[in-house]
Design a protein around this ligand. Structure first.
Ligand code: GLP
Length: 272
């Protein structure tokens, strides 16, 4: 697993935006998997800026979101699809026809999950999957004890995760400080599974802030365990973890990662 420790949140955003642009320059019809939450927002803002400035073209890029709240109305601003559209794909010029997300109000949720998996296969799979990580080590909405081979499915959020997102539904001065979730905070979601995520050709997991340090250390250096779902990425052949100093503070081998990073050991190109 490649680990990059960047100076701060902006440096993380620049590095990840560089990786996305490098892929899209080489493969204009690339299929991107996009995470939501606060961590990737600076990356999406940077990519939208670069598209506006003509520094990158997403005119053939296709997008799949990782997860979606169940039960919210299609025009609800909290929908992950609407967040991705507002923060990245609309300003970057990616039309909604090329932005795929699970339906938030499917007649048959299980059929919707199977159809979403088929859409990803029909697109040829995900070339680059961007991920964040929850405080409890979840990725997408694969909460602790999720099967490490799980597929796209309906899951129920832990109270820890509901507290973390409650700030989106009940505005607080600091999103990173958990608040008690009220009835407006969703309980059920559709999420891509860990087995689904492992099929992406390249995965970039981003983490910033001290509140992610323990989860990052556990997923990179700890045992593979369903209690830390992100640790399954230790089985993935091309995962890059990009953190700021605060999120990397608990890494035991930080000096080694910095040495490798500075000596720019080339990673195999997953697209050759
Ligand atoms: C939610 C999302 C994940 C995201 C995580 C962390 O669980 N489903 O995709 O990585 O929150 O969010 P944040 O980046 O806001 O800390």
């Amino acid at each position: 697993m490649e680990v990059i420790i960047a100076e701060d949140r902006d440096a993380v955003a620049q590095l990840v935006a560089d990786a996305v642009c490098s892929l899209v320059d080489r493969r204009p019809a690339a299929v991107l998997g996009l995470a939501t939450g606060s961590t990737p927002r600076p990356t999406y803002a940077e990519l939208a800026d670069r598209a506006r400035l003509g520094l990158v073209s997403f005119e053939r890029t296709r997008v799949f979101t990782l997860d979606e709240y169940l039960g919210l109305a299609p025009d609800d601003e909290h929908l992950y699809l609407n967040e991705i559209r507002a923060r990245f794909t609309d300003p970057a010029g990616i039309p909604v026809e090329r932005v795929h997300a699970p339906d938030s109000r499917p007649d048959d949720p299980d059929a919707e999950c199977r159809a979403y998996e088929q859409q990803i296969r029909d697109a040829g799979g995900i070339d680059l999957q961007l991920l964040g990580i929850g405080r409890n080590g979840h990725v997408a909405y694969n909460e602790p004890t999720s099967s490490l081979a799980s597929r796209t499915r309906v899951t129920t959020l832990t109270e820890s995760s509901r507290r973390d997102i409650a700030g989106h539904f009940t505005p607080t001065p600091d999103h990173d400080s958990p608040v008690e979730p009220d009835a407006n905070v969703p309980r059920d979601v559709i999420t891509q599974g860990l087995g689904t995520i492992l099929e992406a050709r390249h995965v970039i997991l981003m983490a910033t802030g001290p509140h992610k340090a323990d989860a990052v250390a556990a997923m990179v250096e700890g045992p593979v365990s369903a209690m830390i779902p992100a640790s399954v990425l230790q089985f993935h052949p091309q995962t890059t973890v990009v953190v700021d100093e605060a999120a990397g503070a608990a890494l035991q081998l930080a000096d080694h990662y910095r040495y490798v990073q500075q000596h720019d050991v080339e990673q195999p190109d997953p697209f050759t």
